[in-house]
Design a protein around this ligand. Structure first.
Ligand SMILES: [Mn+2]
Length: 432
């Protein structure tokens, strides 16, 4: 294979994420993506891949669309093609076929690769230039298979597409997929185990993933760049990389460069409050801690208060403290998570105290206990199914997806056997 090309691979751009209802956040996400487009122009790459979630949601507003057009225009003018797939965030609803990404596709700002479905099975069709649609895209001597976001059916669909993907020695073969590989505990929405990818090992040279917001690579073959900005405070961890890949293939040999993106600074500060601290001292204890970490303006700050206090945490005016901290540190956003006086290290506690999901599960459990005959393990699993349904709904999953999930995992709730493993949650703060 004598292919020589250079391309960028990014994902999870989340344009239009109006976080904290702060207009400046909309700018942040555009700025983050501008790093990719600027880099592409400067380095004159052959093309750019977006592995899903270009937009934060399906229903974007006019301002976000304008932003997108503004960002994509220079690439178009420089003849640098952009090849994208939909993610779970910007996927069109099952019923209305067109997402804003397909609008951008029709306007020739990008090529949106989408699989089609026939009699319930997935089909990968070659790109049709007249209709501007398809999922197998040829460009230079590269072939790109765009699979998009397949949700809970990812593993099944991947086994169905095997015949469509053929080894082509004269080409550099890329798969674009919005899914987590080997990053999820158990099976999750859009998550598969590495083994599922094995059959493609001989056929695909580069697997371009999106979905998980922190960077990871597998076997020098599967690459997930992570998001460019922090889309949620939970996904921030110290030392975790965010950015995009610059891939250079020379005579078939690949070399990788990871470009770290600049994003709005985050500070997550967990403070253990000593019992001797009186309420009036609390604010200065917090500011002392923050001083070490918050060294510029514009930060996003989360303060977690732990430990045992001599005063009742209910007496604290959190809003007031948040507002003052925001002013004192010239922060964009401050939130205080009050975990004072919660039982630590117990059955329902964790390092950070109570987790909301655990409390939620206790509520689901007591409701289900009252209204059904489920007991013990079956009850626990029912609780997991309910939690998962809630998560799916919050993720804007389609009715189709919800039904599919219920059929797949709800079965054992009405049977005696319970061999099916219920999918559990992802590693904390990682999903999307
Ligand atoms: Mn995402």
């Amino acid at each position: 294979m004598a292919v020589s090309i250079s391309f960028l691979h990014c994902g999870d751009i989340h344009l239009g994420n109006n976080q904290y209802n702060e207009p400046v956040r909309l700018e942040d996400f555009a700025k983050a993506f501008r790093q990719v487009t600027d880099y592409a122009l400067k380095n004159k790459v052959d093309f750019v891949l977006i592995s899903g979630d270009f937009f934060h949601k399906r229903a974007i507003n006019a301002g976000t669309l304008e932003q997108a057009v503004e960002l994509l225009k220079p690439l178009k003018e420089a003849d640098i093609p952009l090849i994208a797939i939909e993610g779970n965030h910007d996927k069109a609803y099952y019923k209305d076929k067109n997402s804003w990404l397909s609008f951008l596709n029709n306007q020739k700002y990008l090529y949106l690769l989408q699989p089609s479905f026939k009699d319930g099975s997935i089909e990968l069709l070659p790109w049709n230039n007249e209709e501007s649609k398809g999922s197998i895209f040829d460009l230079l001597n590269v072939r790109i298979y765009g699979l998009g976001y397949l949700g809970i059916t990812t593993a099944t669909r991947l086994s169905e597409v095997q015949d469509y993907i053929v080894k082509d020695n004269d080409k550099y073969n890329i798969m674009l997929l919005h899914a987590g590989v080997n990053r999820l505990l158990g099976q999750d929405l859009g998550g598969v185990k590495t083994e599922i990818m094995e059959p493609f090992k001989d056929k695909i040279d580069y697997v371009a993933l999106g979905h998980i917001h922190t960077r990871y690579d597998i076997d020098d073959w599967i690459y997930n760049p992570g998001s460019l900005e922090c889309c949620h405070l939970d996904e921030f961890k110290y030392g975790v990389e965010k950015g995009f890949y610059h891939v250079t293939v020379k005579d078939g040999q690949k070399s990788m460069k990871y470009i770290n993106s600049k994003y709005r600074p985050v500070c997550i500060c967990s403070i253990k409050i000593e019992e001797k601290i009186i309420m009036e001292e609390l604010y200065s204890v917090i500011t002392e801690e923050l001083k070490n970490e918050v060294k510029s303006s514009g930060f996003q700050i989360r303060v977690i208060l732990r430990g045992k206090s001599s005063f009742s945490p209910l007496q604290l005016d959190m809003n007031d403290m948040e507002e003052n901290l925001q002013k004192d540190f010239e922060a964009l956003y401050v939130e205080i998570v009050n975990e004072l006086n919660l039982p630590q290290e117990g059955s329902v506690s964790s390092v950070n105290g109570f987790k909301r999901e655990e409390i939620e599960k206790l509520v689901f459990k007591s409701l289900l206990e009252k209204n059904t005959n489920w007991q013990d393990e079956q009850l626990d699993k029912a609780v997991d199914v309910v939690s998962k349904i809630k998560e799916l709904v919050l993720n804007d999953s389609s009715e189709e997806e919800l039904t599919e999930f219920l059929v797949q995992f709800g079965e054992y709730l009405i049977s005696e056997e319970d061999e099916v493993q219920v999918p559990f949650k992802t590693e904390e703060g990682e999903k999307e």
